[in-house]
Design a protein around this ligand. Structure first.
Ligand code: DC
Length: 222
């Protein structure tokens, strides 16, 4: 068996579209592994911010990305020995991640790391380019969207729950800026794969979205 025989479900979409929650639940239901690819960009961003590495220094950032001492332990993400799961969710880190993600050599350095998550019995991978670049042969590709207002609401709730302060006005501005950067970058821009199923979750609960993805997958496997 080669790695291309291991099933992959790719779930892409803009920031705060709910793809993380949906991807994790789909993975849990199917007993598959889960890759939060955004966390890798966030890990590089957090390391860079802590070392005062300029976000314009592509060589230094690619070097950081190539040597990330990270471990994914269930829901915990460790950088070296430190649990950084919460620190990674800060808006400052997300914004830096979105800037770093535009750098081709950083994307290249993280690409091999992402492919290593493809293990039996299968993988659910979420991000921006899972279906277009990293796993173009994925068995199922889903592109999740939601209105800016719905996404800002979700991000607000997520931040407050994690103990961060949040302001709706700033969040809406951040989301719009991040969308523009993710969609307009030259390398691996955020866009649905041609063969992706589109799912607008603005008026859906997470459970409904999970159910839809599971139905699509079951239909493909028939
Ligand atoms: O999904 P997220 O908000 O945790 O991702 C943080 C940033 O990382 C996002 O603004 C763009 C970037 N990213 C990317 O370019 N490609 C991915 N596969 C995942 C994330």
């Amino acid at each position: 068996m080669t790695s291309s025989d291991i099933p992959v479900i790719a779930i892409d979409g803009p920031t705060a579209s709910g793809k993380g929650t949906v991807a994790q639940r789909v993975a849990k239901t199917l007993g598959f592994h889960y890759l939060d690819s955004g966390a890798l960009y966030r890990l590089v961003a957090l390391s860079a911010l802590r070392r005062n590495t300029p976000l314009s220094d592509e060589d230094a950032l690619a070097d950081l990305a190539g040597k990330l001492p990270c471990t994914f332990d269930g829901e915990k993400i460790l950088l070296a020995e430190e649990d950084v799961s919460n620190a990674l969710r800060a808006e400052e880190v997300g914004n830096a991640a979105s800037r770093i993600a535009a750098l081709p050599t950083v994307r290249q350095a993280l690409s091999e790391l992402q492919l290593r998550f493809r293990k039996l019995p299968g993988l659910v991978a979420d991000g921006r380019d899972m279906g277009t670049v990293i796993f173009p042969q994925a068995d199922l590709k889903v592109f999740l969207t939601a209105s800016v207002a719905a996404r800002a609401q979700r991000r607000y709730k997520q931040l407050i729950e994690k103990g961060f302060s949040a302001n709706m006005h700033d969040l809406l501005k951040d989301l719009a800026e991040r969308d523009a950067r993710d969609v307009n970058r030259a390398v691996a821009p955020l866009k649905p794969a041609e063969d992706a199923y589109l799912l607008d979750t603005s008026d859906m609960t997470a459970d409904q979205a999970v159910e839809q993805v599971l139905q699509w997958y079951a239909a493909l496997k028939k």
